[in-house]
Design a protein around this ligand. Structure first.
Ligand code: RNT
Ligand code: ZN
Length: 419
């Protein structure tokens, strides 16, 4: 018996169908955020302009992607090292102006994403999309919540343009496009008017979503946040606000939770079933906050595992939960950062799929907390690594211990030559 066969037998003894778990995971899309590759700079403005909107990248590790070709090459490298089904996730600021004709964000068109469609088609990828409401001169600093009507109109037009682009991406690629609306709108210090900006944000969102789209193809989301750098006192799109907006707009807008966007003792794992009791679908940004929304690389930590358990046992892999990575670490090799996070989400999902969920639920329903504790604890020492490595082999991707040298070679041959 191989190590894999021995490991498989251990799981089978608990009634777990290991083959079915691997098959299910291999088909579940997880969005790969393009912005880890270039520190959220994009291609539509001055690459050295500051990142705004209350988010921040720190570190200046060499080798960031500076052009669409470099970013695409890095993404190819990442995808060659990750098992599973990735999906692209683009921000509007990654528009590619092929004819050299720059267009401002309110004038973006599907043609500015033609190259990305080509990239996705060649690799059989779906694509998610995000309007970019930050790092732009028209942030005053507010966008959709601005009291300045000209500013607000500009950003509404941007949102509408993004709906049209999302519809194009979905139609071209034959997979739904999750279009996430997040703005950093908020204030550094105590406001005198907390309602006005929220009413304006609502009106802006209503206008954006009045742009025609097919909800089977385009899934607009609204992402909440607690605070950002320089926006410490008040966030327009707070948790209650964003959730209420999605709840009031069924069939038009779904909630998106980013696990870096809550108070440190709140956990998104518990919020997933809370929302799924009401919402048919929800979206997630999977990240790792340290003390704040620091967007560190996702690790195989307890909360990542718990989030994935909830996704799996609530039926999230059957289309109810849309998963995306969201982090940006500029202090380490960016390709490795992407790969570690993507593989960790795959690992956490596989662990969740290898859990006898029905048996454990039955113990809970019978109030047998002693047996449930023993069962949950003993799962932790099963030979998971052998199943994981088999999953990687079946996906034609490197096992643990076999990919990092490839990143180091790529760094030497490609990334460090970007000077
Ligand atoms: C910021 C939000 C948002 C961004 C990306 C770039 O706090 O998490 O999702 O990270 O859109
Ligand atoms: Zn996010």
């Amino acid at each position: 018996m191989t190590l894999y066969e021995q490991a498989k037998a251990r799981y089978e003894a608990l009634g777990i169908d290991v083959e079915a778990a691997m098959d299910k995971l291999a088909k579940a899309p997880v969005s790969l955020h393009c912005w880890q590759g270039d520190d959220v700079r994009g291609f539509d403005g001055d690459p050295n302009a500051p990142l705004t909107g209350g988010i921040q990248t720190t570190g200046n590790y060499p080798g960031r992607a500076r052009t669409p070709d470099e970013l695409m090459a890095d993404l190819d490298m990442v995808m060659s090292l990750c098992p599973g089904t990735p999906k692209m996730n683009l921000h509007a600021c990654y528009a590619i102006f092929e004819d050299g004709q720059w267009a401002d964000r309110d004038k973006l068109e599907p043609k500015h994403f033609r190259k990305w469609v080509e990239f996705c088609k060649e690799r059989d990828l779906g694509c998610d999309f995000n309007p970019t409401f930050f790092s732009h001169p028209k942030c005053d600093p507010l966008t959709l919540a601005s009291p300045n009507e000209e500013t607000r109109r500009f950003w509404i037009e941007h949102g509408k343009a993004c709906i049209r682009i999302s519809q194009y991406l979905a139609e071209e690629l034959g997979q739904p496009c999750i279009m996430n609306i997040w703005t950093g709108d908020g204030f550094k210090d105590i406001p005198a008017d907390r309602l006005g900006p929220r009413v304006r944000y609502k009106e802006s969102m209503d206008e954006i979503l009045s742009e025609p789209f097919d909800f089977d193809k385009v899934k607009p989301c609204v992402e909440s946040k607690v605070f950002g750098i320089g926006v410490e006192a008040y966030t327009v799109g707070s948790a209650e606000y964003s959730l209420a907006y999605a709840a009031m707009n069924p069939g038009k807008c779904i909630p998106l939770m980013d696990n870096g966007h809550y108070h440190p003792t709140e956990v998104v794992s518990d919020k997933i079933p809370a929302l799924l009791a009401f919402f048919p679908e929800l979206a997630l940004h999977i990240t790792r906050p340290i003390r704040w929304d620091s967007d560190h690389v996702v690790l195989l930590d307890d909360e990542t595992k718990e989030i994935c358990k909830e996704i799996v046992r609530c039926g999230g892999l059957d289309g109810r939960v849309h998963m995306a990575l969201d982090y940006f670490d500029a202090s380490i090799n960016r390709v490795a950062a992407w790969v570690v996070g993507f593989r960790n989400v795959q690992k956490a999902l596989l662990m969740a799929l290898l859990t006898p969920a029905a048996d454990q639920k039955a113990l809970q329903d019978k109030d047998n907390w002693t047996a449930l504790m023993v069962a949950q604890e003993e799962m932790k020492t099963l030979p998971f690594g052998e199943i994981w490595n088999e999953y990687c082999r079946r996906c034609g991707k490197p096992e643990d211990g076999q990919w990092f040298q490839k990143v180091l070679d790529y760094e030497k041959e490609v990334q460090l030559k970007r000077v």
